[in-house]
Design a protein around this ligand. Structure first.
Ligand SMILES: C[S@@+](CC[C@H](N)C(=O)[O-])C[C@H]1O[C@@H](n2cnc3c(N)ncnc32)[C@H](O)[C@@H]1O
Length: 314
């Protein structure tokens, strides 16, 4: 596992794609509204931050064309909005602790700060040590402030059994109701690390805690894991280039089901049930679009991403 003091390349690209949200073709520019442009500010000192600044200066039509290419911007905006809405619902219904596993450059704790602080919600961010250090450096240099608590832990290289105690030392009430987020993380984990992570998530809160897992279908995972395979060239699109780039640049690999990753998709409920979680919903992008009134033509056929929400009963 990497432990350089640089954000993971996938986390950088994801933050960049969230930064595309205001430049999407209307009405997709309303999926995720962030007047503070936090991702753009976080990335200010990076090359991707310069691209976002450039978009602001381009003629609107060109900026929109660029931001909509490959449907990555819409995908990230939809997934961010879906999870923001879950965090909001959890908070409004009295939830007090949110644990973000594999947080990367997630700036949710800043974006939702007024809601979180009004309801005295504590956010705990967990990520691999090098990635987390570099995020904190980016936060400092861009002047972004968050009340989140930062806990470094590598899900592959360190025993997952130690994570609940680390979080408890940081203040997490392990018998309280928690919302645990795993956004854009599981495709990068081996089966063993995924099992241990989902199992550990159970130990981060009491009855009625929620787990949110963002995952892709097994077919999509196979494509991401081997984007260059000739028999998959008919699927050639921006996603394949994206995965090939992060694999080449950072060695971060998608672990497909055929290579020891978990097969999500139809098996999501059964898999989570094995670890004590009851699936409440498993929504794909078309359902997410319908939920917020986004015309279906904005949802690409090339991305098959789901948001699974599961409940813990002890
Ligand atoms: C695609 S990024 C997603 C980041 C963030 N959740 C988001 O959606 O913006 C994947 C994240 O998973 C984290 N990750 C991957 N493997 C990990 C591991 N073995 N231990 C801890 N974190 C890991 C990376 O550091 C990175 O921040």
């Amino acid at each position: 596992m990497r432990d350089k003091d640089t954000p993971s390349v996938s986390a950088l690209l994801v933050s960049y794609m969230r930064g595309l949200a205001p430049y999407l073709q209307p009405p997709a520019d309303q999926i995720m509204v962030d007047p503070q442009r936090l991702d753009e500010r976080l990335l200010a000192g990076t090359a991707l931050g310069s691209v976002l600044r450039l978009l602001a200066r381009l003629p609107t039509r060109i900026a929109r064309f660029f931001a909509s290419a490959g449907q990555m911007g819409v995908h990230l905006a939809l997934r961010t909005r879906a999870i923001d809405d879950i965090v909001t619902e959890f908070t409004v219904s009295g939830g007090k602790q949110v644990v973000i596993l594999g947080a990367g450059l997630d700036v949710r704790s800043v974006r939702l700060a007024p809601l979180l602080s009004k309801n005295a919600v504590r956010v705990y961010e967990v990520d691999s040590p090098g990635s987390q250090r570099s995020k904190l450096a980016l936060m400092r240099s861009s002047g972004l402030k968050s009340d989140a608590l930062y806990i470094a832990h590598d899900f592959e290289a360190e025993p997952m059994a130690e994570l609940p105690e680390k979080l408890a030392r940081a203040g997490l009430d392990r018998s309280g109701r928690s919302l645990v987020l795993l956004e854009g993380v599981v495709p990068y984990l081996t089966r063993a690390a995924t099992d241990a992570t989902i199992e550990t998530a159970r130990k981060l809160g009491g009855t009625s805690s929620l787990l949110v897992v963002n995952h892709v279908s097994p077919e999509q995972c196979e494509l991401f894991a081997a984007p260059w395979s000739p028999w998959r060239l008919h699927n050639w699109h921006f996603w394949a280039l994206f995965m090939a780039y992060i694999r080449w640049r950072a060695g971060e690999r998608i672990i497909s089901p055929s290579r020891g990753g978990v097969a999500w998709g139809d098996q999501t409920g059964a898999y989570l049930a094995q670890h004590g979680w009851t699936l409440r919903s498993n929504r794909g992008e078309p359902e997410e679009a319908a939920r917020i009134g986004l015309p279906l033509r904005f949802v690409g056929s090339s991305v098959h991403s789901y948001i699974a929400v599961a409940v813990l009963s002890k």
